[in-house]
Design a protein around this ligand. Structure first.
Ligand code: NDP
Length: 320
């Protein structure tokens, strides 16, 4: 088996995780990291992002680890013209437009672009389609968490007297059980999630801060909110990670019986797991590109066996 030569564009949380996860693959070799910054803390070879096209012949797959807010819409099509790309673009409602832009760019360059991999979108998307196809009238719910909500954490940090804060969103167990029974159609977001807040505060300010958190409209009002005040050491030791995860639950009636399908993820560190998904789709992208395929592909269009380093015959023997 030939080694897949890969590169990374953008060296943030995800780029660093892809670097580490590629390092653990037997069939991949990291050629370079393209960055807009002059110097990065890494032992890998760093090349200015603007010079990337000149290195296209050295690279089989380019992992786009840029931000989804503006980087990907602005820059991804430019990369897709020169490279086989894999991204984790996660603005769900803009994915059709992103797919179209990447398809056009990839076809212009005779390249392949795998778009919106990761876990949501990505593995969750696959599961929503797979489970939804089984029922004539499926009920489907996606619950996110336990995970850090950046927006809610920022909102708490803006309150006077808050030194450090993090907010975890936790799906309610009752809501998940209702979804499995097919009784969650009326569920409101406020009933589906618990908001768990950890704060390091100025001494003596706890009561006021807790009151301000609980009464923040749009963020906490109406939610089952838990507020814990902890000290610096506990915060640093236990609340600086990036856990995430969630559940896709699909249920429905079949011939008078009721069935439910659940797909769950518990992620110790979001970028590490997202990178693992992206890297596996990178293997599929390399194989599809080598077979001459061009244009954009979503996770729905990629056969699962192409993600695995194990050959198809062994997969059929061991896993089917
Ligand atoms: P970051 O904000 O850490 O990095 C985004 C880009 O910003 C980097 O590519 C880097 O580009 C630049 N950057 C990073 N650190 C610095 C810095 N200190 N100073 C200046 N520039 C910096 O984003 P993440 O890596 O956490 O996430 C990337 C994307 O992955 C997110 O936008 C999100 O949409 C997506 N994602 C998707 C998931 C899924 O399941 N599909 C799950 C999780 C995330 P450069 O090196 O060129 O400067």
């Amino acid at each position: 088996q030939e080694t897949i030569r890969v590169a990374i564009a953008g060296y943030g949380n995800l780029g660093r995780s892809v670097e580490a996860i590629v390092g653990a693959q037997r069939d991949m070799e990291l050629v370079a990291i393209f960055s807009r910054r002059d110097s990065l803390e890494t032992a890998s070879r760093v090349i200015p992002a603007a010079d990337a096209p000149a290195h296209a012949d050295e690279i089989d797959v380019l992992f786009l680890c840029l931000g989804s807010a503006t980087d990907i819409p602005e820059q991804a099509p430019g990369f897709a013209e020169h490279f086989t790309t894999v991204d984790t673009y996660d603005n769900h409602h803009l994915i059709p437009a992103h797919r179209a832009a990447m398809d056009a760019a990839a076809r212009r360059g005779g390249r392949l672009a795998v778009v919106a991999t990761g876990w949501d979108p990505g593995l969750f998307s696959l599961n929503r389609v797979l489970a939804g196809a089984l029922f004539p009238a499926p009920q489907q719910h996606t619950f996110w968490g336990t995970g850090v909500s950046q927006g809610h954490s920022d909102a708490v940090r803006r309150i006077a007297g808050v030194r450090k804060a993090v907010q975890y969103t936790i799906p309610s167990g009752e809501a998940i059980e209702a979804a499995k029974r097919g009784e969650a159609a009326e569920l409101r977001a406020t009933d589906a999630h618990i908001r768990d807040v950890y704060v390091v505060a100025d001494p003596g300010e706890e009561d006021r801060i807790e009151r301000e958190i609980r009464t923040l409209p749009d963020y906490f009002v109406g939610y089952d909110t838990r507020v814990s005040f902890i000290d610096d050491a506990e915060f640093d030791a236990r609340h600086t990670g990036m856990p995430h995860g969630g559940h896709v639950i699909t249920s429905g009636d079949l011939n008078g019986s009721h069935s439910a399908v659940e797909f769950s993820l518990e992620l110790g560190r979001n970028p590490d797991f997202t990178a693992a998904c992206q890297v596996a789709y990178g293997r599929a992208a390399a194989r599809l590109a080598a077979a001459g395929e061009t244009g954009a592909r979503t996770v729905l269009e990629i056969p699962p066996y192409l993600l695995s380093p194990t050959g198809l015959d062994d997969l059929v023997k061991g896993y089917v």
